[in-house]
Design a protein. Structure first.
Length: 226
């Protein structure tokens, strides 16, 4: 009679042991997935900043973990950007072209930082009430320009230019400048400034290590259960 009872006891312990190991493995997988996703988000954000594209674009990278609560052997961590077209352009180095009847307008260093209403500077938002009207200058064999005439250079820390209001200067042209505000080009190539695929490959290569570390961290808990 001793044999059957011992066999039943061993069988019951084995099922409990396997269930405990499965539970701990599930927790380790979920934690490893979550940690790796967080590392990937941080690394992709750092890549954007290192590429000189600013904190705002870097924060477009966000992480979503599934399941949101609890643990699962099928856990997943999705890291995606809210600005996919921009990220793709700077990751691939695309060519941007104007349409058949227009140019791409690129502000010169002399141009103001913002347009009317603090909008992004374009020929349409250019503050002509401060600088005067833009004038097209065609230069065969060279880049065309949009310029403003009758400018005086500002003095002091503010610098820059402003339309002269002096009737005498406007009549004589003395001391006044014509200042380019936009370069007009048919196309421009964005140089590659991001390394998205390299970052993804590098970070995700450590997934197994993260899962193992999470599993080993369960060591004290495993010993207590036994």
């Amino acid at each position: 009679m001793r044999g059957p009872r011992l066999e039943a006891a061993l069988q019951g312990d084995l099922r409990r042991y396997l269930q405990e190991e499965l539970d701990l493995t599930t927790l380790a997988v979920t934690e490893g997935i979550r940690t790796t996703g967080a590392r990937l988000k941080t690394a992709l954000r750092a890549d954007v900043v290192a590429g000189g594209l600013g904190q705002r674009l870097s924060r477009s990278w966000q992480q979503k973990v599934y399941p949101e609560h609890g643990a699962s052997l099928g856990a997943a961590s999705v890291v995606r950007t809210g600005a996919p077209e921009l990220i793709r352009a700077f990751a691939e180095g695309v060519v941007i072209r104007g349409n058949t009847r227009s140019f791409l307008a690129i502000p010169t260093p002399a141009a103001p930082k913002r347009g009317v209403g603090r909008k992004r500077l374009t020929p349409q938002t250019f503050p002509e009430h401060i600088y005067g009207p833009l004038r097209f200058v065609d230069r065969p064999g060279k880049v065309a320009l949009l310029v403003v005439d009758n400018q005086r250079e500002r003095r002091g820390k503010r610098g820059g230019y402003a339309l002269s209001r002096s009737k005498r200067a406007l009549a004589s042209g003395h001391g006044l400048l014509t200042v380019p505000m936009f370069f007009l080009v048919p196309q421009v190539r964005l140089r590659r400034r991001l390394n998205v695929q390299a970052v993804v490959t590098s970070v995700t290569a450590g997934l197994a290590r993260e899962i193992d570390a999470a599993f080993q961290a369960q060591g004290p808990r495993r010993r207590r259960r036994r």
